[in-house]
Unconditional design. Structure first.
Length: 76
């Protein structure tokens, strides 16, 4: 399973039935609320054995699936 596929599974658990792929404004468009992002960060930390530092918790890193994937890849 790819990093992106794993992230999609995590997001489907957090926001069941919500289309994530291709959405350009997950964070700024409030598809992902602040609590969802906190839950996502926790799940990403556990799943990929990373620590997402506070300075990386910015909309650019959470607005698209590609941005989230790039963040995880960078921190791995």
């Amino acid at each position: 399973m790819t990093t992106e596929e794993t992230i999609l599974e995590i997001l489907d658990d957090i926001k069941p039935g919500v289309e994530i792929r291709g959405v350009p404004n997950l964070a700024t468009g409030r598809v992902l609320e602040s609590f969802d992002i906190l839950q996502l960060i926790s799940e990403l930390n556990d799943e990929f054995d990373i620590v997402i530092p506070l300075e990386e918790v910015i909309p650019a890193n959470f607005d698209t699936l590609e941005g989230i994937t790039a963040l995880v890849d960078r921190l791995r």
